[in-house]
Write a protein that binds this ligand. Sequence first.
Ligand code: ZN
Length: 260
Amino acid sequence: MNTATVPASTRPTESTPSLSADASSIRRNLAACYRMFAQRGMDDLIYTHLSARLPGSNGRFLFIPFGMLFDEVTASNLLEVDAAGNDVSGSGTAVNPAGWVVHRTVYDAVPTAQCVMHLHTICGTAVSAQKDGLLPVNQFGITYAGQIGYHDYDGPGLRPDEQKRFVANLGSKRMMFLRNHGTLTWGRSIAEAFTLMHYLERTCEIQVAAQGSGTLALPPQAIIDATVATAQGVGDASFGRIGFEALVRRLDRTDPSYRH
Ligand SMILES: [Zn+2]
């Protein structure tokens, strides 16, 4: 929307949360992601986070209030945080600064990123600690070959000097292992970031299970290369939309309270 066509009194200000219908659907879809990960036990007390950029808002994005559990998140209680990490509603609700800066760093480095997800699951963190990282143990592990960044552990938080290495390690990739820490995905939509995280985490679970059950049988490199070359859909901007919408319908049937 061109702000020149909007009366000054109705333009968003630094203290006015975005209220457009588009922002409403972004709130609902991000809240749904929190609930779906909570239902699968993929949260970690109050210390992981999912975010979504609000278009046309000077870099603001939606973020979980610090201290809230994933299954407590609703569309309306997500914070709208500004470029400095402050809740623009003025509620004084705290934002986890160590978590917020990870998301801020991705949004600043990747203009097309609309959603960022970061988890500390058991299997995702286990694979992050393996020297060889993600292995081609299943079809998604094969397809993801070469599409995953690795960022070495360098203490808690993300200091200014570490942010440059973080961005360099992410490069053009949409998935990253934070070594000895967890997983991260970003997407051009909430559905894409969610689906990348779903399959990245699922592949980690399969890898850890397979490693504990015997010697791994992995495909020859030529088959892996051919599979990557012919993979369909994974790079599409709408990747994951149909599956994500199906999961949202399931959530609507089982616990629609996230919509409020
Ligand atoms: Zn973390």
